[in-house]
Design a protein around this ligand. Structure first.
Ligand SMILES: Cc1ncc(COP(=O)(O)O)c(C=O)c1O
Length: 400
């Protein structure tokens, strides 16, 4: 007879059905075709407000041409990790462009943002160290601190004095303070100047994950750190992703040559993984050039954000403070968020209902994201649909 161990797959199935019972089950939808902001799914064409393609670059002809050119020349895969088979000229050119854009000495590519954060935290931190993080940081920053075995302390969202207390509680420990630059589910910005001053006082290292700020904020889109007027001295570790405003996939870390040399040796998610496809690096380089040069994309986005926020206020609904393309409409319960998403879908729009555990219990929401591919008429269609939200949902989103 086999021992009476708990059965792992059985336990997973119970957890999955529990999610279903509490309205928290997630589904992956198949998109049959994507074109600009339009998404075809289940034979219907929906107007999407769920992508992170903030500058509208994912389908830009220059990215597609660069991708095709390198795929024609060099094929699809990178074929090995960068340290094993070397990185291609396209990877090096992209790293140089990212370092220059963000005003850092060097940059290092990772295959995804998740891997970049795991790799950085695991390379920098050990079990005797302290990692202080905003409670609303992205999951991969939290996972990185856990992977490193560091003591993780999470301060209430945006509360610099709480972060100060946490740093002061372990004055002898090496410490990293890590924060999103723009919070992925809320769209607000971290108090970077105050956090930088705190880290200087406390001798802690500041790391900013600018996944949602790069391309969108700051002069020439250099990101939230540049927008806050901070350089390498104040923010020695800058990470950002390439799959959002840049319309591609992957991520990078930028900083001093010493940081990049160290990560090249010790960041296991860099060392032990296949390099990003070179064609993707070439396409992303085209995206960096466009993102830097085309201020009109940021200007258009800002006008769309203003139009949307004014329209929502006129409907008597409340939006938290956010000047970024992430505009969350808080609805409270998971059921209310799902019902609102369903209502919008019936009206021809695709907006994600974000529920726990991605957001705290009671903070389920519609995560509405805007892009430079949207037009005024798209915003107006969304506002019209929000105006007809069933009364219970609208009441949850009304100002208290
Ligand atoms: C703040 C933040 N960091 C990191 C990531 C992970 O990046 P990637 O999707 O490239 O793994 C995301 C989202 O995906 C994010 O929102």
């Amino acid at each position: 007879m086999s021992p009476a161990r708990p059965q792992l797959l059985g336990r997973l199935a119970v957890q999955t059905s529990e999610r279903g019972r509490t309205g928290l089950l997630r589904h992956t939808r198949t998109i049959e075709h994507a074109e600009g902001p339009s998404l075809e799914t289940g034979g219907r064409r929906l107007l999407g407000f769920c992508a992170n393609d903030y500058l509208g670059l994912a389908q830009h002809p220059q990215l597609i041409a660069a991708f095709k050119r390198v795929a024609d020349d060099e094929g699809v895969g990178a074929t090995a990790a960068a340290l094993v088979c070397g990185q291609r000229a396209e990877h090096s050119a992209l790293e140089e462009a990212l370092a220059e854009w963000t005003g850092r000495e060097r940059a290092l590519l990772f295959s995804s943002g998740y891997q970049a954060n795991l790799g950085v935290l695991q390379a920098l931190l050990g079990p005797d160290d302290l990692c202080v993080q905003d409670k609303l940081n992205h999951a991969c920053l939290l996972d990185g601190a856990r992977l490193a075995g560091a003591t993780l302390k999470r301060y209430p969202h945006g509360e610099v004095t709480a972060a100060a207390r946490q740093l002061a509680s372990a004055p002898g420990a090496a410490a990293l303070l890590a924060t999103d630059g723009v919070f992925s589910m809320d769209g607000d910005r971290a108090p970077l100047r105050e956090l930088a001053a705190l880290c200087q006082r406390e001798g802690a290292t500041l790391m900013v994950d600018d996944a949602h700020g790069l391309g969108v904020l700051g002069a020439a889109g250099a990101g939230s750190v540049a927008a806050a007027g901070l350089g390498t001295r104040e923010v020695p570790v800058l990470m950002a992703t390439l799959g959002k405003a840049l319309g591609g996939h992957g991520a990078f870390v930028a900083g001093s040559a010493a940081l990049i040399d160290g990560l090249t040796q010790f960041a296991r998610t860099y060392v032990y993984t296949t390099a990003m496809p070179p064609a993707l690096a070439a396409a992303t380089l085209a995206a960096v050039r466009l993102a830097r040069a085309e201020d009109w994309r940021r200007e258009k986005l800002a006008a769309l954000i203003a139009r949307f926020r004014t329209g929502v206020a006129q409907l008597g609904l409340a939006l938290p403070a956010s000047d970024t393309p992430i505009q969350p409409l808080l609805l409270g319960s998971a059921g209310a968020a799902l019902a609102a998403a369903r209502h919008l879908e019936e009206a021809g729009m695709l907006v994600s209902a974000i529920r726990p555990p991605t957001v705290p219990p009671g903070k389920a929401r519609l995560r509405i994201t805007l892009s430079a591919v949207h037009e005024d008429e798209h915003i107006d269609r969304l506002l019209d649909a929000l105006a007809t939200l069933p009364r219970a949902e609208a009441a949850n989103a009304a100002p208290l």
